[in-house]
Design a protein around this ligand. Structure first.
Ligand code: F0G
Length: 467
């Protein structure tokens, strides 16, 4: 189905099939364009306000929206709900440690809970946290603690059309400069987000990770991974970085982990869970502090924010996420969507990332002023035209400044995130058709204005009116 891939190793066919067949189905509700126009009007032209049943193909996020396998559902049945020391906890712990052999593993209900605990422990006023690019919740948790979050991705990572195999890489000179200028103790840790979600789902190379670790070690600062999409990142290393083509993805993941001192994880992404996360590290004193915070807000250290059955689903999900047939299909199927759009002349962030295709609304809708929200206009049009729900990542999300001022974001993107193992190739062919139909009528699209917005994180609840 997802045609022609040079990495279809060992097979003589060009077609890369979904490496699963369907065992349980969820019906999709067909709607007409008139019904969708009414639904989005009622939602104040904000896709987050829609009833999900009014969405045909939901590409809002790849977080928690994947399909679990037969063996994960079997794990759910085996889940042991003992408050302390459940066998499900030990199964989860073994599965995490097999890939990420950190001394301490602290289970949380999702990624941001791990971030909240970590930055409560190490953040605070006067502190600085460098990252290739902070994801929104990571930035929010760093800043909420009083610390400063700085993004240091390489220049190519900020240019939608720049061609580079590892656009998520850290700018090493910029990192060195921040660490050299910092007061002792000012930088509690450096983070590396793999893959770089906010930068287009772009990977980080092992070489860059190793060099980042060397700089951190020279300044005595620990390196933490924000590892939500670790398996996709490892697959990109295997396919693009010299010396890794014959390596097992699990070994590549272990090598990535060996370069870090700890990690945060949203298990709603690559670990194939509908909920879950963890925080891990080698530092005993930091772990003790984090476990105390865990007990305050999440739960006992052998379940954290999760039920025993969730721990079982994640233990199994981690094994499946590192399977080569799965990853070959996963990366190829995202590229299939992106390449079809690129070939047809629809502007997308290149190269295509691991979990999502990012449409460049600024290029597609040059007649819409950034502060009339071209990304939002495009996302609304995709929904009205074909019931496809994406997510604006532009001036709606980032435009409002802490001082109340509004200024355009660096890029006006619409992210089409692909839930794992959920949609088939014909669904994606339909998405391509919808995008092309919208692109053909692009010059007729109008911007929007905001009629109501909350003081923070406005993209979730703001209401709009077409201009
Ligand atoms: N870090 C990254 C890189 C993420 O992409 C996310 C979530 C988180 C941390 C937070 O994890 O949602 O489990 O609390 N990203 C989702 C998305 C929401 O749509 O990209 P969480």
């Amino acid at each position: 189905m997802f045609a022609a891939d040079v990495l279809n190793s060992g097979m003589t066919f060009h077609t890369i099939i979904e490496p699963f067949r369907i065992h349980s189905v969820e019906p999709l509700r067909m709607t007409t364009e008139d019904q969708r126009r009414a639904a989005i009007r009622n939602a104040g032209h904000n896709l987050f306000n829609l009833h999900a049943e009014d969405v045909l193909i939901d590409l809002l996020t790849d977080s928690g929206t994947g399909a679990m396998s037969r063996d994960q559902w079997a794990g759910i049945q085996r889940g042991d709900e003992s408050y302390a020391g459940s066998p499900s906890w030990f199964n989860f712990l073994d599965s995490v440690r097999d890939l990420f052999p950190f001394e301490h593993v602290i289970p949380t209900h999702q990624g941001r809970a791990a971030e909240k605990i970590l930055f409560t422990a190490v953040g605070g006023t006067g502190k600085t946290v460098p990252n290739n690019t902070h994801f929104d919740t990571t930035r929010a948790n760093v800043e909420y603690s009083g610390a400063r979050a700085v993004d240091l991705v390489i220049a190519e990572g900020r240019d939608p059309r720049a061609d580079h195999p590892f656009k998520g890489n850290m700018d090493l000179a910029a990192l060195e400069a921040v660490l050299a200028a910092a007061a002792p103790g000012e930088v509690p840790l450096v983070m590396m987000t793999i893959t770089n979600n906010s930068g287009g789902g772009q990977p980080v190379s092992m070489e860059n990770l190793r060099a980042t670790k060397e700089i951190c070690a020279r300044y005595g600062v620990p390196l933490f991974l924000d590892a939500c999409r670790f398996a996709e990142n490892a697959w990109f290393i295997r396919s693009r970085e010299p010396g890794y083509a014959d390596r097992d993805v699990r070994d590549i993941v272990r090598e990535m982990a060996s370069l870090a001192d700890g990690m945060t994880m949203s298990a709603k992404k690559d670990p194939l869970g509908n909920i879950g996360g963890w925080l891990a590290m080698n530092d005993d004193a930091l772990a003790a502090k984090c476990r105390t915070l865990l007990i305050l807000t999440e739960g006992f250290p052998t379940y954290g924010g999760l039920a025993g059955r969730d721990l079982e689903a994640l233990a199994q999900g981690l094994r499946e996420a590192t399977d080569h047939d799965y990853l070959r299909y996963r990366i190829r199927s995202t590229a299939y969507l992106g390449e079809a759009l690129d070939k047809a002349g629809v502007p997308v962030v290149l190269p295509i990332g691991g979990h999502a295709v990012y449409l460049d609304a600024k290029s597609l809708l040059p007649h819409i002023d950034p502060l009339s929200y071209p990304g939002q206009a495009l996302a609304v049009a995709l929904y009205e035209t074909g019931g496809v729900r994406g997510c604006e990542i532009g001036s709606v999300m980032f435009g409002r400044q802490p001082d109340g001022d509004e200024k355009p974001a660096a890029m006006e993107l619409v992210r089409l995130a692909i839930p794992r193992r959920t949609y088939t190739q014909s669904h994606i062919d339909y998405v391509i058709e919808v995008c092309l139909r919208v692109a053909e009528g692009a010059s007729g699209l109008r911007g929007l204005r905001i009629v109501d917005e909350p003081p923070a994180l406005r993209h979730f609840t703001a209401r709009f009116e077409p201009l």
